[in-house]
Every structure is written in C-alpha cells, then in structure tokens.
Design a protein around this ligand. Structure first.
Ligand code: NAD
Ligand code: ZN
Ligand code: ZN
Length: 338
C-alpha cells in the first residue's frame, strides 16, 4: 500500500489515505516519487473549474520527480534507479497529425497526469516510459520537480513569443511559472520586465534577474512599458486573472507576440483594429513537448531555471492548495516525500 492524496469531490479537502500501489502495465514504469511540486493547475483540478473535468477520484500532481522502482513489460530503455520526472503530458497518441508534426501537446488523444491519470501526490505513480523526463544528476529532487510543469511551460512560451536575444520580454505574473520565466529569458539574452500585483513576488523577480519590475496595482503597466521601452517584443501571461490579458495585449510592441499560459476561467475582449493595425500575434501555449521538457531539465542541470522552493509534507496538501488559491506562495511549494 502507499500513501496518497485523493480528490473525490471538487472543492472538498483531498483525502490522505492508503491505496494499493499500482502495477506497471505494458510500456509503463512505476516511479517512486521523491518530490512533487504543486502547480496552480492543481488548484483548478481541485476546484473542478475547467471546461473538461478530471476523472474522479483522482490523485492530482504533475510535477513529480523520482526514481524508477519497477519496469513494466516492453520498456528496454529505463532501469530501476534511473532518475525520472512525470510532467502534465502523461502521453499522447504518437500518430495523429499533431503528434507527427511535433506538436504533441495538442494531441486530441492525450492523457494528463493528475487529471485523466493518477498523479504525483502519492508515494508511487505510474508513468508512460516514453513520456518521462530524464533528470540531471546534479539537481536535488525537490529543486527539479517544478521544472516538470512550471519550468517547461514558461520555457516553451518564451520560445513561442519568438523574441530574440537583446529584445524585451514582459512576464506578467511572477509566481511558480513567472519566476522561472525571468531566469530563462535572462539566460536567452533578453531584457526582462516582471509584472505582478504583489511586491514579494516582484522582489523574487528582481532576484531572478528582471531589469524592470512593475506592480500593476500601483501603476499602469501598459503606459510604463510603452513609454519606457516602446513595448515588449514578447509578452508571456502567467497571471491567474482575466484582467491581465488585455493589459498584455497593450504592453506588446508592434509586430510582437503575446503567449498565453494562465488559465483563469473567462474570456477577454480583443480590439480588432488595434490587433490588426499593430500586427499583433496572440498565441496560446500549453506545457511543452518532450524535447522542450528535456531542454528545460538540461538548463536546470547547468544551473539555470532553478526554482525558489519551500518544502512541505503530503499531509499538508490541503493547506498548500488554499495558500496557492489565495496567491500567498512566493516561488513554489514542493511536497517532499523523503
Ligand atoms: P502561481 O499561483 O504560482 O502564480 C500566479 C501569479 O499571478 C502570482 O504571483 C500572483 O501574484 C499573480 N497574479 C494574480 N493576479 C494578478 C494580476 N491581476 N496581475 C498580475 N499578477 C497577478 O501560479 P502558477 O503555478 O505559476 O500558474 C500560473 C497559471 O498558469 C495558472 O493559471 C495555471 O493553471 C497556468 N498553467 C498553465 C500551463 C500551460 O501549459 N498553459 C501550465 C502550467 C500552469
Ligand atoms: Zn502545472
Ligand atoms: Zn496524437
């Protein structure tokens, strides 16, 4: 048996209980979870506020870092003891148009860890061997765990902005995703504007290398970014509020790209004239492919994109989710299973 946090009913506390350790089937391995980050998407899973609902009961968690405990049939490239991590993209079909074009993140047949498949808020977790990340040897499990979702997601969306070295990127929301985004953007040679509504998050953004920080409760971020730098070549939205989406469009430079990561329920208006005459691109960005994930993990191995982490225990998972819901987390909380 293993200890797990199980979501049985939306908005009700996860139940900490003993459940059977699953057995790896064909193509799977059993991962012994050493650490699991808690992402804002786990709050969405708990609240059940996305258009497509998770299976219930479900064990949430999709930033799981650990080691291979048991290898299922058909897996000849992983062995017991290998350091692996499970991301949101549990697997994809591997044969649809999108998988064949290396956009497996939008595969209509994908499974999602901690959503349609049990995830990493447990001592053990089944994973699809072909879709795990290989962890660098030199980063501790609790430091690498957030890279499996927060890291790869914001790394990918920075690429999706098509901003180049020397150009300006604005990162709106300096939470788990955002503070890693600042680090990647600096490592890519960009100049970085960090925007949030909380000074403690902005301080972390500055520590991560942001050149300009803006508290959007105290000043208008659109005016400041347009006046000071002429607009950002790329904008990444990770702030969990529909209000920031029009701000992001306002902050982008002519011919620039806004990459959207955050998933608050709702919609936002787009001024047709403004978008067309400034030739602005607005693009959704969902996690990253296996290649993006490996690049983000390799970055971490070289000391770039390492999260600010606070460790807690699985028993505290309900407190963690509530703290996160209220935006009280600076950096990332990681559940430590050691
Ligand atoms: P987080 O709670 O760690 O960070 C959110 C940040 O947004 C906080 O710093 C908060 O202060 C800030 N914020 C809230 N309201 C704001 C406002 N009005 N203006 C500016 N900043 C504001 O969350 P996270 O784990 O970094 O996740 C961020 C979002 O990205 C969530 O919606 C999550 O579901 C989503 N997400 C999407 C993907 C994807 O693939 N697209 C992957 C992971 C997470
Ligand atoms: Zn996530
Ligand atoms: Zn597919």
């Amino acid at each position: 048996m293993m200890k797990a946090a199980v979501l049985k009913k939306f908005n009700e506390p996860l139940s900490i209980e003993q459940v059977p350790i699953p057995q790896p089937g064909f193509g799977q391995v059993l991962m012994r979870v050493k650490a699991s980050g808690v992402c804002h998407s786990d709050v969405d899973t708990w609240e059940g506020n996305r258009p497509i609902k998770p299976k219930l009961p479900v064990i949430p968690g999709h930033e799981g870092a650990g080691i291979v405990e048991q290898v299922g049939p058909g897996v000849d490239f992983l062995k017991k003891g290998d350091r692996i991590g499970v991301p949101w993209l549990y697997n994809a079909c591997g044969r649809c148009e999108f998988c064949c074009k290396s956009i497996e993140t939008v595969c209509p047949y994908q499974e999602c860890t901690g959503y349609t498949k049990d995830g990493s808020f447990a001592e053990y977790c089944l994973v699809d061997a072909k879709y795990v990340g290989r962890l660098p040897d030199n980063v501790e499990f609790h430091r690498i765990a957030p890279v499996l979702c927060a890291g790869v997601t914001v790394y990918k969306s920075l690429k999706e902005t098509e901003a180049r070295p020397g150009q300006w990127v604005a990162i709106v929301g300096i939470g788990g995703l955002g503070h890693l985004g600042v680090q990647y953007a600096k490592a890519m040679g960009m100049q970085v504007i960090a925007v949030d509504i909380d000074d403690s998050k902005l301080q972390l953004g500055e520590k991560c290398g942001a050149d300009i920080i803006i508290n959007s409760l105290k000043e208008n971020p659109v005016d400041r970014v347009q006046h000071e730098v002429g607009g950002a070549h790329g904008v990444v939205v990770t702030a969990v509020s529909p209000k920031v989406f029009p701000q992001a469009i306002g902050m982008v430079r002519r011919a620039g790209t806004v990459a959207l990561n955050a998933l608050p329920p709702g919609d936002f208006p787009l001024d047709i004239f403004d978008v067309i005459l400034r030739r602005v691109t607005v693009r959704g960005s969902i996690v990253g492919t296996r290649q993006d994930l490996q690049e983000a993990l390799d970055f971490a191995g070289r000391g770039v994109g390492l999260p600010e982490v606070h460790t807690k225990k699985l028993d505290q998972v309900n407190d963690i989710l509530r703290e996160m819901q209220q935006f009280k987390v600076v950096g990332r909380i990681v559940i430590d299973f050691s």
